[in-house]
Ligand binder design. Sequence first.
Ligand code: ATP
Ligand code: MG
Length: 559
Amino acid sequence: MTEDKKSLNFLEQIIEEDLANGLPKDKLRFRFPPEPNGYLHIGHAASICLNFGLGLKYNAPVNLRFDDTNPAKEEQEYVDAIKFDVEWLGFKWDKELYSSDYFQQLYDWTLELIKEGKAYVDNQTSEEMAKQKGSPTEVGTDSPNRDRSIEENLDLFLRMKNGEFEEGSHVLRAKIDMKHVNMHMRDPILYRILKRKHHRTGNDWCIYPMYDWTHGESDYLEQVSHSICTLEFKSHRDLYDWYVDQVYDTTTLRPKQREFARRNLSYTVMSKRKLLQLVEEGVVNGWDDPRMPTISGLRRRGYTAESIKIFSETAGISKRDNVTDVALLEHCIKDDLNKTAPRVMAVLNPVKIIITNYPEEKEEFLDANYNDYEEGFGSRAVPFSREIYIEKEDFREEANKKFFRLKLGNEVRLKNAYIIKAESCLKDENGEITEIYCTYDEDSLSGSGTEASKRKVKGTLHWVSAKHAVKAEVRVYDRLFTDEAPDGHKDKDFKEFLNPDSLTVIDAFVEPSLKTANVLDRFQFQRLGYFCVDKDTTETKLVFNRTVPLRDSWAKKEK
Ligand code: ATP
Ligand code: MG
């Protein structure tokens, strides 16, 4: 299918219409506008992939603009993390911009508004103002301060700027229409007093512009053609347009706000405020805890940038609010790692096997492919010896015919190695099996070409040589919440749905080739799932995170 014939999403259709109506293609310009008050999450990834995707599609610049108008919540740490994540996803912004760079321009425009009688200082309490605002079914009433003289407004606003008033005592409001059907148009606040140090402008300002006043004007200053935001801003569009119209010069481009539905994901929360709460209360170990829906958490968990992009594309964009099943995200990473991750062996829940007819001092280094089905992965040497570990679940003293793993009197193949037969086992006082005694068929080595090596036995097990095994800490993650929509309950706090078993730490044995693995290297632990090296790994301690198990709940649902 050619690009032209692929069906366009509704935002692309809007752009195509604008182009057809005469907007020159070289005027197309997009932006991704994060507020640096937290780390980016998988919802932001939807917006990033959308905006940068449009940039790539139309060969148009995309700016990274930090919407930094609230010094109470914003920090440089977040700016750095956001830049890192966007780059990691593989996107390049045209310019790195900050709304705070426009504070002076916004202030100058505001003085013009006051002079035109379109803004006034209000010193009522926020309760009084809220009461006058009315409701969706009831018009608002005018503030008693609405008709202050221009001179008085200029004087009060200057004094607000000079720090003469307390926080919360005065605001500057746009004088639009208290009876407007759209509540956002009922004399919205332009500026509030905040005596806070800003992460970029320091103490230069103690009045800060509100989001709506800043956003559209920033788009206009940057000549963004399509300002794409999420649905909750749809009702702000009138105000966006009103503000842009106050400064719009017809020789320039007038930006256009269009909305799409937020990405919501099942079994998690996505609001930065709530994610921050989980971090601050120590429910998780930081913004990059592998259970978090943040990009940094997913990265640490073992997600690739590619899988996040494919997820964003597959989930698509929508005009209506909806929830995407987290199983789709898990499917995307599993699919990617299936193609890219080398296969290795690790035993998470070990029990020891002693191969009684294997010489005590002998050791062999068996050549094992990193991938038996695909070229180009190479191979490594896997040590074999008389004592090995297998998973406890892979052995039973007795079992029915459907159990194709190891049972007494039966044979299995050890992956890349020999066929063994279970002869007897040893148990402790609690009946727990502690050792399994097996014999091996010396001629059955995989790939050796002998008749015995071609012998078909039902099961193949992964294993590690006990003498050579490397201890590793494996962190097995489950969903952070037990409820599909933890923040969707009116009467319950989202934290009531935290999954107490979202993290299980296991002491495992892994094959020695993994000793040299680097942080973020990803592997398939055969028969278990995909795992990656955690940043807590040190010279003496290997730590792995389980990214996803092999079982794919999404693929099952699709059938
Ligand atoms: P939160 O409410 O969690 O703080 P936010 O919308 O305030 O999120 P911003 O940093 O302002 O976060 O968002 C930057 C951009 O990413 C905005 O254009 C916003 O609309 C978009 N965005 C944020 N969350 C999502 C989401 N869940 N799905 C899609 N886009 C999102
Ligand atoms: Mg926001």
